[in-house]
Write a protein of this length. Structure first.
Length: 397
């Protein structure tokens, strides 16, 4: 309720208006009655007494409903332009998972800088699998272990360089990662990257890719991007590292269509794997565009960016599997499949997410791509693709 003084002011103002209306202006003789100025309804005494200021209950309820609807729309859908923290607040209700994914983002921001500035000279040291390591491999490995330790939400972690799980002192999740996939091509200035998978609890064997709570990869190239897939949240999401150090949501991939782009790994296998040779010949005869760098991260990442294509890495009697399920295949499979694509692995026509991890160094051949391309892969390599039998492959463009 307004004060008596406010009501007096309104009454005085109304009286002044009425007085002004009773005395016609100098030009009134030239105006018709239909064009005469009329009092403004907004200045009625009831307006200043508060009757018009207080909205009816029905109106207030409608406004409240609209406001709630707007708030709900904001909080249940990730928006392009959001920060990583804003996205994670929407993508998962689990504060521990949000902390872990943020911590990995912090580590990858530092790795991106080190990749641009660190020495690529070989140090002559070997990991437990016998692979030669570069200085930047070891540095990235150290940064990621530290990030997981100080997140306080990681129970155990292992990497391609240190495959035996180490206690991280936290509780909630266990993480397996490849700290710098493609480190051998850093000196050529090709894109390289980090791959990781997140499993609930403290087990990293006796699990499958479908058990992952989330997966991600960092891509260090002309741009630095962080790609995240959270189980149960639609799509695979790309974040760009800005000049101020923030990760900004720039792309959401929910569909991977058909397109003539291929990245064929381990081509040496075509020498004694006739099925793989036939598949590669098919790509060439159909005039697919070759897009292959030798780095698994950029070669799979392009499928998410272009929303089409296929990546293959097939074995043969003389070329054994190199890709590790725990550190590379399972995390990438989750990202590709949540983006609307498909995967195939373990030498069978099954999803790479369904391969049971029985040992940390377990390896497989693999295919990632659109559903149509993975179906074609299984038909060439295995003779049939039962799980995609009802899928009609559209003509690739």
């Amino acid at each position: 309720m307004l004060s008596h003084r406010a009501v007096d002011v309104s009454s005085s103002f109304l009286s002044a208006q009425q007085h002004a209306m009773s005395s016609p202006p100098p030009c009134a003789g030239k105006m018709s009655r239909t064009t005469a100025v009329r009092p403004v309804a907004a200045f009625s005494p009831s307006s200043f007494a508060g009757a018009a200021v207080t909205a009816p209950k029905a109106t207030r309820a409608a406004r409240s409903t609209r406001a709630m609807s707007r708030r709900t729309a904001v909080t249940t859908k990730a928006q392009l332009g959001d920060s990583l923290e804003e996205f994670l607040a929407v993508a998962t209700p689990d504060p521990k998972l949000r902390m872990l994914l943020s911590s990995m983002g912090e580590a990858m921001r530092t790795i991106a800088f080190k990749v641009r500035t660190a020495s690529c000279a070989a140090q002559g040291c070997l990991n437990s699998f016998g692979d030669e390591q570069l200085a930047i491999d070891l540095l990235a490995d150290k940064l990621l272990f530290e990030a997981l330790k100080y997140s306080h939400v990681c129970s155990f972690a292992c990497s391609e360089e240190v495959p035996e799980p180490l206690p991280m002192g936290g509780e909630g999740f266990s993480v397996a990662f490849d700290p710098l996939d493609g480190s051998s091509i850093v000196d050529t200035n090709f894109s390289v990257g980090t791959i990781f998978g997140v499993w609930p609890g403290d087990k990293l064997v006796g699990v499958s890719g479908r058990d992952q709570a989330a997966a991600g990869m960092g891509v260090y190239g002309p741009r630095t991007v962080y790609v995240v897939a959270v189980k149960g949240f639609p799509g695979t999401h790309e974040f760009l590292l800005m000049d101020d150090g923030k990760w900004v949501h720039v792309k959401e991939t929910t569909e991977i269509g058909e397109g003539k782009m291929f990245a064929p790994g381990n081509l040496r296998a075509t020498m004694d794997n006739p099925e793989y040779e036939k598949l590669i010949n098919y790509y060439l005869q159909e005039k697919y565009t070759l897009r292959y760098t030798g780095g698994m991260v950029p070669d799979v990442f392009q499928i998410l960016v272009k929303e089409k294509g296929v990546f293959t890495n097939v074995t043969s009697p003389t070329t054994k599997a190199k890709l590790r399920i725990l550190f590379e295949v399972a995390p990438l499979a989750l990202m590709v499949e949540q983006a609307g694509g498909a995967s195939s692995g373990d030498g069978r026509p099954i999803s790479a997410l369904d391969i049971m991890v029985n040992e940390h160094d377990q390896r497989t051949q693999v295919c990632f791509g659109s559903v149509g391309e993975v179906k074609r892969f299984e038909e060439f390599i295995h003779g049939s693709s039962p799980r995609f039998a009802d899928v009609k492959v559209a003509a690739a463009k």
